[in-house]
Design a protein around this ligand. Structure first.
Ligand code: SF4
Length: 355
């Protein structure tokens, strides 16, 4: 698919979302006060996060604590703190893990150098990298082997970008801000491809692609979208309700890329205000002044219990039952990592519902 046809697809997607918004968000009165809550669907856990958290929980049950995890397994404060209480030790790098111990790699993926370091130190590893991140790693490898220059659109310093770039550091250049486009240098302008982080804003990424294409008319697009289904579905869902909302509350952590993008997308799609919160008690009462319609959604690493607490908070302050605004039904799930599946099937006492 060319980048321009992808841009068309995304534009079509945007129009479809706007039409859905008109149909889905009919102006129904929310009781005498007119206060309404619109709840985006899909929201919350994606298949990659579900698998990564499940992996750590199964590892705890199967091997017992402590289980070491390199970096946050997913970018969510509540998930990380809950797992810590159960015996998980989060580390920044594998050199903090005792020789021979078990370490789980997070959903964001790791570079080959991290695998090598873990091998060197005889660590037992379980790789919980989301299969959709692995797909981008494979694309980097494939294009690097074909001697392409790879322009990776993504956020500087994000773990996923570090892992993906690490597949071919000599071939990958990161394009984060618009000003990065002018800094890119390629060896052969006819052999350039753009790839991206999985959790970006769809619209902003296409802007960056257009800028790159002006410099490199032969720029090649990824074989399939790198921004994952969960990221784009959550953006479409928040767009569908944003224009109706005086306030959009996005449940998610500050270091969660896809959650932060939901705040930006909500504002761009017409929400009067939008805030990112980890917990209901992070809501500032003043945000609710003069607000009639509140939209609620959550990032791909957020368990729904945190969203339910936000709905309770709103109900206690006079907002009624939430109206769910559905733009897609997701049915994707991923099998647990191979290393863990093997041990689970070898262990007759372990829970056997391995997907
Ligand atoms: S947000 Fe997308 S890429 Fe990231 S873990 Fe979820 S499904 Fe995988």
């Amino acid at each position: 698919m060319t980048s321009s046809s992808q841009a068309t697809d995304h534009a079509d997607q945007g129009r479809a979302a706007a039409e859905q918004a008109e149909q889905a968000v009919a102006p129904t009165p929310g009781g005498a006060s007119g206060k309404r809550v619109l709840l985006a669907k899909p929201r919350g856990y994606c298949a990659g996060v579900d698998r990564a958290v499940d992996t750590v929980e199964r590892a705890l049950e199967t091997y017992g604590p402590p289980v070491y995890v390199r970096k946050e397994i997913v970018h969510n404060q509540h998930v990380v703190q809950t797992l810590e209480k159960r015996g998980v030790i989060f580390v920044e790098e594998t050199d903090e893990v005792p020789e021979g111990a078990l370490v789980v790699f997070s959903a964001h993926g790791v570079s080959p150098a991290v695998h090598e370091e873990a091998n060197r130190r005889n660590l037992r590893t379980i790789d919980a990298t989301c299969p959709l991140v692995t797909k981008v790693h494979k694309e980097v490898n494939r294009f690097a082997k074909q001697d392409y220059d790879i322009l990776l659109i993504g956020h500087e310093g994000h773990e996923e970008v570090e892992g993906t770039s690490g597949e071919a550091p000599d071939r990958v250049q990161l394009v984060d801000k618009a000003s990065d486009v002018d800094k890119v240098e390629v060896r052969d302008p006819s052999k350039v491809v753009w790839l991206s982080q999985t959790t970006l804003s769809v619209d902003e990424t296409m802007e960056r692609v257009d800028q790159l294409q002006e410099r490199f008319p032969d720029l090649q697009a990824p074989p399939s979208d790198d921004i994952c289904y969960a990221t784009s579905n959550r953006q479409v869902a928040v767009k569908a309700m944003a224009a109706e909302c005086d306030l959009v509350l996005v449940v998610g952590s500050q270091n969660s890329s896809n959650s932060k993008r939901l705040v930006e997308v909500a504002l761009q799609a017409g929400a009067t205000s939008a805030h990112l919160i980890d917990y209901a008690d992070h809501i500032d009462e003043s945000w609710l002044d003069g607000v009639t319609t509140v939209g609620v959604t959550s990032g791909a690493s957020v368990p729904d219990v945190l969203v339910l607490q936000v709905l309770d908070y709103l109900q206690e302050r006079g907002w009624g039952e939430a109206e769910e605004i559905t733009t897609a039904n997701e049915k994707i799930s991923f099998a647990l990592p191979r290393e863990l599946r093997k041990d689970l099937s070898d262990n007759p006492d372990s829970p056997q519902s391995v997907r």
